[in-house]
Design a protein around this ligand. Structure first.
Ligand code: IPE
Ligand code: IPE
Ligand code: MG
Length: 250
């Protein structure tokens, strides 16, 4: 499947939302709970967001669940997080499939425990032909890693004589990224108060509308999501043009 055509203006609703779900640990700490309790509650918020995307007709949702930098956390937290990912995938897979959700996992999967790798393969195979929401989960993902891998594949194509170096275009680079089947994100949400990209979709966020909120991810309920969507609806996306040019098009 090739990437859908880029859409400059998909109306007031974002077509693709990318989310950094941050603040789970602080949410738990606030309540005197272990950090993993925040991650568990975070899974409930994912379910509610998936539901809302279905209701609002948002066809692509991409969530950052584990970064390449997250391996630096204490090993007990890393183990618990990976176990939670595997059990959530196993427990939710049939429900997602029933709702015709296409689940993709992006990132460097080679380093994961066998159980998680199996859960990922099963999810991909089962939901491959689903046409409702495209739910993408980024694990052991990093924007720099994604670009580096794309560079390596392109160099290989050139070295093998399959393409001349003159035909390296932005579209070719995009075709080699993990997100090649997805349109560019229209809207980026980061919860938890930090105002940074943390090595998420570096290339893909080039023209995305950014939204930062102090609310911790486990508290990011439907009302918070609706408020974010309202903010998006009030943004004017210009893609380099002037405001007057955009108004003319409307
Ligand atoms: C985000 O919450 C979840 C992951 C990075 C896996 P954090 O675990 O980063 O929570 P805080 O930022 O420490 O509160
Ligand atoms: C970003 O959150 C990664 C995920 C949500 C998976 P972090 O909590 O790891 O980000 P930094 O380290 O504060 O930038
Ligand atoms: Mg954090």
């Amino acid at each position: 499947m090739s990437a859908p055509d880029p859409v400059e203006n998909y109306g007031n609703t974002p077509r693709h939302i990318a989310v950094i779900m941050d603040g789970n640990g602080r949410w738990a700490k606030q309540r005197g709970l272990p950090r993993v309790a925040g991650h568990r509650q975070g899974v409930e918020i994912i379910k509610s967001m998936v539901q809302t995307c279905g209701q609002r007709g948002i066809p692509y949702l991409t969530l950052f669940a584990f970064s390449r930098e997250n391996w630096k956390r204490p090993s007990t937290e890393v183990t618990l997080l990976l176990e939670l990912l595997a059990s959530t995938l196993e427990n939710e897979l049939l429900g997602l499939h029933e709702h015709r959700i296409r689940l993709r996992i992006i990132g460097d999967l080679s380093r994961f425990p066998q159980r998680l790798q199996q859960a990922i393969t099963d999810a991909d195979e089962l939901t491959r032909n689903n046409k409702a929401l495209n739910l993408t989960i980024a694990i052991n993902y990093g924007g720099k890693w994604d670009l580096l891998e794309a560079c390596k594949s392109i160099v290989e194509l050139v070295e093998q004589g399959e393409i001349p170096s003159a035909s390296i275009t932005p579209e070719l680079i995009e075709s080699q990224l993990c997100t090649h089947e997805l349109p560019e994100p229209d809207f980026f949400i980061r919860t938890g108060g930090e105002q940074r990209i943390s090595n998420f979709l570096l290339w893909q966020l080039a023209y995305t509308e950014l939204y930062f909120t102090h609310i911790y991810w486990p508290d990011f309920n439907q009302a918070c999501f609706d408020k974010a969507l309202q903010t998006f609806a009030n943004r004017q996306r210009r893609f380099g043009k002037t405001s007057a040019q955009i108004k003319q098009l409307e």
